[in-house]
Unconditional design. Structure first.
Lengths: 113, 114
């Protein structure tokens, strides 16, 4: 059973557009929600993360929106660029559980020039 | 300079063989992990060691055996390889107990069993 559900599976966005990737979870014990970015042939790299005590976190063009009551969180990439083309993974974990992360199934983003 | 390094990067082997993948981290982290990424890109945790002690052992065939000689190294040995073992295996490290935390992943080992 997948603990974190991610959608869409793939996404095509024009350069300059907004990319939105959504994740949902069931376990209310989760208390840390990172997003990872993976380029072909590389390992995933931590992009941005949020804790459930805030509803939004922004770092440059990347924003996480968090809805605790709905148990959903999403990644918004503003002014999407071709260099953002990668696979994005959401994840969730429980503090004091040795950083065991549950990953979403990934979204392949293609930003067209 | 590489934070988490895995060797080899590619591994092609025949069914039934035994192979090992090595991982080393120079970040001073106390916890290391092995993840398997299948052909659909799904990432699933296999094992984790904290200060050389096995702390996470998911439902993985016992043909897979991790070994951590020290907290900077975590190796994965696979016996009697099967076609279904073909995947990309990622090593990662993390520091437990930090206020904010995440993984640093290696660049992966693509295992192909023929």
């Amino acid at each position: 059973q997948q603990q974190v559900k991610q959608s869409p599976q793939s996404l095509i966005v024009q350069k300059g557009g907004i990319s939105i990737i959504n994740c949902a979870y069931e376990n209310t014990a989760f208390d840390y929600f990172p997003w990872y970015q993976q380029f072909p042939g590389k390992g995933p790299a931590l992009l941005i993360a949020i804790r459930p005590d805030v509803s939004e976190k922004k770092e440059g063009r990347f924003t996480i929106s968090f809805n605790k009551s709905a148990k959903q969180f999403s990644l918004h990439i503003m002014d999407s660029q071709p260099g953002d083309s990668a696979t994005y993974f959401c994840a969730a974990s429980i503090r004091n559980n040795f950083n065991k992360f549950y990953f979403g199934s990934g979204t392949k983003l293609n930003v067209k020039p | 300079d590489t934070a988490v390094s895995q060797t080899p990067k590619y591994l092609v082997t025949q069914m039934g063989n035994d192979k090992s993948i090595k991982c080393e981290q120079n970040l001073g982290h106390d916890t290391m992990y092995w993840y398997k990424q299948d052909s659909k890109k799904f990432l699933k945790i296999m094992f984790s060691y904290n200060n050389k002690e096995l702390i996470i052992n998911e439902t993985v065939p016992n043909r897979f055996s991790p070994k951590s000689p020290d907290k900077a190294h975590l190796n994965l040995h696979i016996n009697s390889l099967e076609l279904g073992d073909s995947a990309v295996y990622f090593c990662a490290s993390s520091q437990v107990g930090r206020t904010t935390y995440g993984y640093t992943f290696g660049s992966g080992t693509r295992l192909t069993v023929v």
